[in-house]
Design a protein. Structure first.
Length: 202
């Protein structure tokens, strides 16, 4: 998404109001529509079924691939789309493909989990974050809670821990994280796509 498109969604989510919607004409409409179409495409590619996507951010390539290829995700209605090794790669993946759930390392040379969680909370209102780390950091856990991080799992993770986390994540995604705000933004995008935007927004 362009910076203007990101600004639109950031304003809706962080300020918890729709006062910026009348400014919609100032945004890059193509970038906004691209965001909406990517979300719709993720569902269509899965045959219309609701399979939530996972992005794994782990600077250890082999660990990342190990978790990427585990079969536990599918059992709970998830698909692991990608494993990336840097924070920058994670941000690029989110901009291009989006993700429903991000599992991220915490304090690694190429990944700052707190900063990534903050970016996600500002720009991607429907993406959940789980800290998935080799170490236990209570201060990071406290900061993560403020940013909406839903769980903190210490690696190596057992099936029971992953199962409990996935059940909780799916429940929240089914309900709709940030529901009304995301729906409000997407309703505007649908209007744009259909060429029937109302005067209130255009």
């Amino acid at each position: 998404m362009s910076r203007l498109a990101e600004w639109f969604f950031t304003s809706i989510v962080t300020l918890q109001c729709d006062c910026f919607l009348p400014r919609l004409t100032k945004l890059d409409r193509n970038a906004i529509l691209c965001y909406y179409k990517q979300r719709q495409l993720r569902i269509k590619l899965r045959g219309g079924s609701v399979m939530y996507s996972i992005l794994i951010a782990d600077d250890d390539y082999y660990q990342g691939m190990r978790y990427l290829n585990t079969d536990i995700w599918n059992r709970f209605g998830f698909e692991a789309d990608a494993a990336v090794q840097t924070e920058k790669q994670a941000e690029e993946h989110l901009k291009k493909n989006g993700a429903d759930l991000v599992l991220t390392e915490l304090n690694r040379p190429q990944i700052d989990g707190i900063r990534l969680a903050e970016t996600i909370s500002h720009l991607y209102c429907d993406t959940l974050v789980v800290f998935f780390s080799r170490s236990t950091d209570f201060e990071a856990a406290r900061k993560g809670m403020r940013l909406g991080v839903i769980d903190y799992i210490t690696k190596p993770a057992g099936e029971k821990e992953l199962s409990q986390m996935l059940l909780a994540a799916k429940k929240r995604l089914d309900i709709g994280k940030g529901g009304s705000l995301c729906e409000q933004a997407e309703n505007v995008l649908k209007s744009l796509e259909n060429g029937s935007g109302s005067r209130a927004y255009l």
